[in-house]
Design a protein around this ligand. Structure first.
Ligand code: B3K
Ligand code: ZN
Length: 881
C-alpha cells in the first residue's frame, strides 16, 4: 500500500502571517528523555486579520503539557492540539500572551531535527522546520521575533549552556544539582535560526575587534581532546570577519560568536544567530587526519556560515521558495572569499567542476527545478546544488552584467533597505535594477527556468572586411513541468586570440550590447559582429565560465589545443583542454570493448605533457588540467544511453595510455613536487601536493605496472593525510600488491578517529570491480560504521551510490537494490539522510536500456512501500514522474 502524498506548498499561495509574535521567552529544562519547554509568546493579530480567525501554530511530533492565555489556563474546548498543530479560537483583539508547555524526548530524536543529543551533547537543528519539534509556533521564516532563552540542565551533565545572542545571566538552581543560563538575542529572527547547545565540551577562545570597534569574543566548542584541532577553523573565522568588512562593508553585531562542533549532523553546518552549529568534519583539522581538501572545506564553510549573519540572518527569506536568496548569495560570497584567500583561477575552475558534476546532472534529470522553485512537497529536499551552486552562479552573473561597482551599490542598497526583514528574490533584484538603472526583467528568468541552457556558437571570419561574426543560438531543454522557455539574458565573456596568444583589439561590436569584454546575449538567435579584427582569431568563448550554460562551438581540436596553451584566461585554458579530453574519452567509450583501444591523438598527448611540465603554471592549476574528468562527468557529457562500465574502461584506458606515453615526464615532475618542508595547509603547498598526487595516480595505473614500489613508498612515508589518502586510493583502486596491508595499516593508525576512518570507508566504497558491492555490504557491519551517523552513511553508502558509477549502476541491478534497501531502513530513523541518499537515482533515465529498466523496477518497488517519509516519497515520486 502506497503512503498518501500530502498537498504541495505553492509560491502563489503565499499569505503573510495572520498573527505576529513580537517576543519569545523560552524556559527549557533539559533532561535526556523528558525535556520541558515553556514558551511564553507575545502575540498580536496582524492588521486585517479578522477577529474570528483562530491562531494556528505548527507542531511536529509534539506533546502538549499545558496551555494558558494571558495567565489563565485554557479550557480544552478553546483549542485543538495534535502532535502537528495547535489551533486556538476566540482570542482577544488586542495583544495577548500565550504560555505553552511541551515535553520532548531528545534521546529518541533520531531525525536530528529539533532538539536531540549527539554524543551526549544537547543540540538543535531548526532549519527548515525543526523549531516546531520544540514548541508550537508560527514556524515560518517571515515571523520575526526577539528571543530570550533560559536553559537549565544538571550541572554535571551539561556544564556548558549556550543560546543565541548575548549571555545575560547564569547561576545555580538552589536546592538542586541543576544550573541555568539566560541568553538574549536583540536581533529579531525567524524560528529556524533558534539554537541551543548544552553539554560538557572544551573551548578554544580568541577575540576580534570589528571595524566599528566592537570587541567580540570568539569561541569554538569541541569534544574534550580536540582542542588542538581548532586552530585552522579559528583562523578561518577571523579572516572571514575581516573580509566581510573589507569587501562587503559588513561588521559583526553581537558580543560573542560561538561555534559548536557536533558529530551527528545532517549537513555541513548551520548559521544560527551567534551560535553556529557545525558538523565536526567542518571544524576539526590536523595534518594527520585532514586532507588539503578538508582544510579548504573548513575555510569555506566557516566563512559561509559567518557570512549568513548578514545574508540570511539580518536579511532573511520571506518563505522557503526564496531559499536561494540566502543560499545562492552566501555561496557566491564564500566562493569570492576563498578566491581571495587562494588562487582565483584555481578556485573558479574547482567551483565550475563542482557545478558541472553536481548541478548539471540534477538540472538534466527528473529532479530538475528552478533556482527558485514554485512548488514543493518537502522543503528539505530543496537544499540542492541548484539552489546553492546555480544560485551562486546567478549572483555571479548579476555582477558580470552590472559590473563590480554597480553590483556593490546594489548590495549596499539591499543591506540598507531590507535589514531586519524577511524578503524576496524580486526585492533583491529591484535593488540592483535601481542601483544600476538596468532592466533586469529578462535576467530574472534565471530564477524561474530550470534546465541548463545550451549555447551553440558558430564563427565566421571575413578577411576582406576584417569582421568576425558569431552566430549564437540559445536553447533551454524542457524540464519537469516546464516545456517551452523564453531566451535568457546570458552574459558571454569573450576574447579574440591572435596567433601569438595575445588578445586582438576590435573597434566595435554590432548585434548585441557589450560592456567591456561581456557580450549580452538576449535573443534565441543572435548574430554578433566584431569589427576591425586584424586577423582571423580563435574565439575564447565564455571566459571564466561567465554563465552556467553548456557551450557548443565550432572550435576544432586544433583551436582548442591552441587555447589550452595560449589563452590569457586561465579558466578557458583548462576548459579547452578538458573539451578535447572529453571528446577523446567519449570516442573511446563508444569504441566498444577493451581490445579496441583507440590511439590517443599525439597532439593531445603533447598538450598534456606541455601543461604537466610547464613550471610557469601554478601546480594547483596543472593538477586540475591533468585530472581526467570523472566517470559521472563523462556520463553527463554523453547524456543518453549511458553505459557506466564502458565509461569506466575508457577512462582507465586513457589514463593508462597517457601514463605510458608520458612516463618519464610524469616521474620527473612527480619528483619535483616532493616537499621536504613540514606540512602546511596553505594554497601553494596544497597545490604542489595536488599535482604530485594526480601524477601518482597516473604512475599507479600505468600500463604494465612497474611503479608499485613508488606508490607504496608514498604511502609509507606520508606525514600527512593528503598524501597518505592519495596513495591508499591508488593502491586500493589499482589493486596494487600490498593494498590490503595498506588498508590495515591505515585502519590501525586511525581507528580512534571517525573522521579519518570515513576516508577509509570511502576509498573502499569507490573502488572499481564487481566485488565492491559485497565489500561495502560487509563494511556496514564494521564496528566503526553506524547507520545512525550521517557522516558514516555518506562515507560508505553515499560514496558507493554517488561516487562509484560503474558499481552503483551494475547491470544486474544489485547496486540499485542495495541502496534502496538501505535507504528504506534509514528512512525509519532519519528521513532527510535517506532522501539525500536516494538522489543518486537522479540520472537513471539517461542509462542504457538494461540498467534503466533495473533502476525503474527498484524505484517502482520503493514507490509501493508503505510508510515512506514525505522526504523519501517526494524523491521517489519525482524520479518516476
Ligand atoms: N542553512 C543551512 C542548511 C540547512 C539545511 C536544512 N535541511 C546550512 C547552510 O547552508 O549554511
Ligand atoms: Zn548556507
Amino acid at each position: 500500500m502506497r503512503t498518501e502524498i500530502s498537498a504541495p506548498v505553492r509560491l502563489e499561495e503565499y499569505r503573510s502571517p495572520s498573527f505576529e509574535i513580537d517576543t519569545v521567552h523560552l524556559d527549557i529544562r533539559l533532561a535526556p528523555r523528558a525535556t520541558r519547554v515553556s514558551a511564553r509568546l507575545s502575540v498580536r493579530r496582524a492588521a486585517n486579520t479578522p477577529a474570528s480567525e483562530p491562531l494556528v501554530l505548527d507542531g511536529d511530533e509534539l506533546t502538549l503539557v499545558s496551555l494558558a492565555l494571558d495567565g489563565q489556563v485554557l479550557a480544552t474546548d478553546r483549542y485543538r492540539a495534535t502532535p502537528s498543530r495547535l489551533e486556538i479560537d476566540a482570542l482577544p483583539d488586542g495583544p495577548f500572551q500565550l504560555d505553552i508547555e511541551t515535553r520532548l524526548d531528545p534521546d529518541a530524536n533520531t531525525k536530528l531535527m529539533g532538539l536531540y543529543r549527539s554524543n551526549g551533547t544537547y543540540c538543535t537543528q531548526c532549519e527548515a522546520e525543526g523549531f516546531r519539534r520544540i514548541t508550537y509556533f508560527l514556524d515560518r521564516p517571515d515571523c520575526l521575533s526577539v528571543y530570550t532563552t533560559r536553559i537549565e540542565a544538571r550541572a554535571s551533565e551539561a556544564p556548558l549552556l549556550l543560546g543565541n545572542g548575548n549571555p545575560v545571566e547564569h547561576g545555580a538552581v538552589p536546592g538542586t544539582d541543576r544550573h541555568y543560563a539566560i541568553w538574549h538575542d536583540p536581533h529579531p529572527k525567524p524560528s529556524y535560526l533558534f539554537a541551543l547547545v548544552a553539554g560538557d565540551l572544551a573551548c578554544v577562545s580568541d577575540r576580534f575587534t570589528t571595524a566599528e570597534g566592537k570587541d567580540v569574543a570568539l569561541n569554538i566548542y569541541v569534544e574534550h581532546g580536540n582542542e588542538a584541532h581548532c586552530a585552522w577553523a579559528m583562523d578561518s573565522l577571523k579572516r572571514s570577519m575581516r573580509w566581510d568588512e573589507e569587501v562587503f562593508g559588513r561588521c559583526y553585531d553581537l558580543d560573542v560568536f560561538n561555534i559548536v562542533a557536533v558529530s551527528d549532523f545532517n549537513m555541513g553546518a548551520m548559521e544560527n544567530k551567534g551560535l553556529n552549529i557545525f558538523n565536526d568534519k567542518y571544524v576539526l583539522a590536523d595534518p594527520d587526519t585532514a586532507t588539503d581538501q578538508d582544510y579548504a572545506g573548513i575555510e569555506a564553510v566557516i566563512a559561509h556560515e559567518y557570512f549568513h549573519n548578514w545574508t540570511g540572518n539580518r536579511i532573511t527569506c520571506r518563505d522557503w521558495f526564496q531559499l536561494c536568496l540566502k543560499e545562492g548569495l552566501t555561496v557566491f560570497r564564500d566562493q569570492e572569499f576563498s578566491a581571495d584567500m587562494r588562487s582565483r583561477s584555481v578556485k573558479r575552475i574547482s567551483d565550475v567542476r563542482l557545478l558541472k558534476s553536481h548541478q548539471f546532472p540534477e538540472d538534466a534529470g527528473p529532479l530538475a527545478h528552478p533556482v527558485r522553485p514554485r512548488l514543493y512537497h518537502e522543503i528539505n529536499n530543496f537544499y540542492t546544488a541548484t539552489v546553492y551552486e546555480k544560485g551562486a552562479e546567478v549572483v555571479r552573473m548579476l555582477k558580470t552584467v552590472l559590473g563590480a561597482e554597480d553590483f556593490r551599490r546594489g548590495m549596499d542598497l539591499f543591506f540598507d533597505r531590507h535589514d531586519g526583514e524577511a524578503t524576496t528574490v524580486e526585492a533583491f533584484l529591484a535593488c540592483f535594477a535601481e542601483a544600476s538603472g538596468r532592466d533586469l526583467d529578462q535576467f530574472a528568468l534565471w530564477y524561474e527556468q530550470a534546465g541548463t541552457p545550451t549555447l551553440r556558437i558558430d564563427s565566421d571570419y571575413d578577411a576582406s572586411e576584417k569582421r568576425l561574426t558569431l552566430t549564437i543560438r540559445q536553447q533551454t531543454p524542457p524540464t519537469p513541468k516546464q516545456a517551452d522557455k523564453p531566451a535568457l539574458h546570458v552574459p558571454l565573456r569573450i576574447g579574440l586570440v591572435d596567433a601569438t596568444g595575445a588578445d586582438l583589439p576590435y573597434t566595435s561590436v554590432t548585434g548585441a550590447e557589450t560592456t567591456g569584454d561581456v557580450v549580452h546575449i538576449t535573443a534565441p538567435v543572435q548574430k554578433v559582429v566584431f569589427h576591425d579584427v586584424a586577423e582571423q582569431p580563435v574565439a575564447s568563448l565564455l571566459r571564466g565560465f561567465s554563465a552556467p550554460v553548456t557551450l557548443k562551438s565550432d572550435l576544432d581540436d586544433t583551436d582548442l589545443l591552441f587555447l589550452a596553451a595560449n589563452d590569457a584566461d586561465a579558466f578557458n585554458r583548462w576548459e579547452a583542454l578538458q573539451t578535447v579530453i572529453f571528446k577523446a574519452l567519449i570516442e573511446q567509450t563508444s569504441a566498444g570493448p577493451r581490445q579496441q583501444r583507440l590511439a590517443i591523438d599525439p597532439r593531445l598527448i603533447a598538450a598534456i605533457e606541455a601543461t604537466m611540465a610547464d613550471d610557469a603554471l601554478e601546480p594547483a592549476f596543472r593538477a586540475l588540467c591533468l585530472q581526467l574528468p570523472g566517470e559521472a562527468d563523462i556520463a553527463r557529457e554523453i547524456g543518453s544511453n549511458v553505459d557506466p562500465e564502458a565509461i569506466h574502461l575508457a577512462r582507465a584506458q586513457m589514463r593508462a595510455g597517457l601514463a605510458s606515453a608520458l612516463g618519464p615526464v610524469v616521474k620527473r615532475v612527480y619528483g619535483d613536487m616532493k616537499d621536504t618542508a613540514p606540512y602546511s595547509p596553505d594554497a601553494a603547498s596544497a597545490g604542489r601536493r595536488a599535482l604530485k598526487n594526480v601524477l601518482l595516480d597516473y604512475l599507479g595505473h600505468a600500463q604494465g605496472g612497474g611503479n608499485d614500489a613508488t606508490v607504496r613508498h608514498h604511502f609509507d612515508v606520508a606525514d600527512n593525510m593528503t598524501d597518505r589518502l592519495a596513495a591508499l586510493t591508488v593502491l586500493v583502486h589499482a589493486r596494487l600488491p600490498g593494498y590490503k596491508e595498506a588498508l590495515d595499516a591505515f585502519a590501525q593508525r586511525h581507528a580512534g578517529t571517525p573522521l579519518a576512518m570515513d576516508k577509509w570507508f570511502m576509498v573502499q566504497a569507490t573502488a572499481p570491480g564487481d566485488e565492491t558491492l559485497a565489500s561495502v555490504q560487509a563494511l556496514t557491519r564494521h564496528p566503526g560504521f553506524s547507520p545512525a551517523n550521517p557522516n558514516r552513511v555518506r562515507a560508505l553508502i553515499g560514496a558507493f551510490a554517488s561516487g562509484n558509477q560503474s558499481q552503483f549502476n551494475r547491470a544486474d541491478g544489485a547496486g540499485f537494490d542495495f541502496i534502496a534497501d538501505f535507504a528504506l531502513e534509514l528512512d525509519t530513523r532519519n528521513p532527510q539522510a535517506a532522501a539525500r541518499l536516494l538522489s543518486a537515482f537522479r540520472s537513471w533515465r539517461a542509462l542504457e536500456p538494461v540498467r534503466r529498466a533495473r533502476a525503474k523496477t527498484t524505484l517502482e518497488g520503493m514507490a509501493q512501500a508503505a510508510d515512506l517519509s514525505p522526504d523519501v516519497r517526494d524523491i521517489v515520486d519525482r524520479c518516476l514522474q
